[in-house]
Design a protein around this ligand. Sequence first.
Ligand SMILES: Nc1nc2c(ncn2[C@@H]2O[C@H](COP(=O)(O)OP(=O)(O)O)[C@@H](O)[C@H]2O)c(=O)[nH]1
Ligand SMILES: [Mg+2]
Length: 200
Amino acid sequence: MHVCSAEFLQSANRPDSYPPADWPEIAFAGRSNVGKSSLINSLLGRRKLVRTSRTPGRTQLLNFFLVNRAFCLVDLPGYGFARVPAAVRRQWGPMVRIYLETRPTLRGVVWLLDCRRVPNEEDLQLLDWLEELQVPTIPVITKIDKVKRSQRVRQLKPILAATGLPADAFSVFSALSGEGRQEVWERIEEALGLVGETDA
Ligand SMILES: Nc1nc2c(ncn2[C@@H]2O[C@H](COP(=O)(O)OP(=O)(O)O)[C@@H](O)[C@H]2O)c(=O)[nH]1
Ligand SMILES: [Mg+2]
């Protein structure tokens, strides 16, 4: 994917504040700190377009980005942030669920898991929703640079066991080395229906 332009469109918490449904869309979901913003920044080749700040307040909304004036990427609010007040945490489920249910242009969700964590209840809840709503899902294991190559298979076993997904369902990614970037782009292009229309 050649990224010519990437612009922040707007933040939203409800359908009436989403941008117009004019472009096919891919959303990114996962727990706070899993590396969502880092993945989006790496894909777009923009270091700071999506804030990688750990400050929770900024990340509690859906953030829409328009790429190449052709499709949207959406940074969904992260879950599981211990320092987020309970009232905010309770909003997460409805905010994400309503988005998944109602967004007519949604073509897929990139679902991120940290290579060093066993998926928890919230992770699996999200996977359940994606399966129930039949949203094409692109599972990505992040921060793979934190694990030695020789340890990868062993490290990823608990993730496969918890999710019930086969190893080849996952792409592995590192924002540090860029490993997996191309593969994730290819899966996004396929979900967007852009295969064959863009250069690699
Ligand atoms: N080593 C390593 N650190 C990462 C990677 N991706 C993200 N991080 C770090 O993990 C923290 C959270 O990343 P961020 O992208 O803000 O996560 P988000 O909360 O899911 O958006 C930051 O300190 C990042 O620098 C990665 O692939 N490798
Ligand atoms: Mg973030």
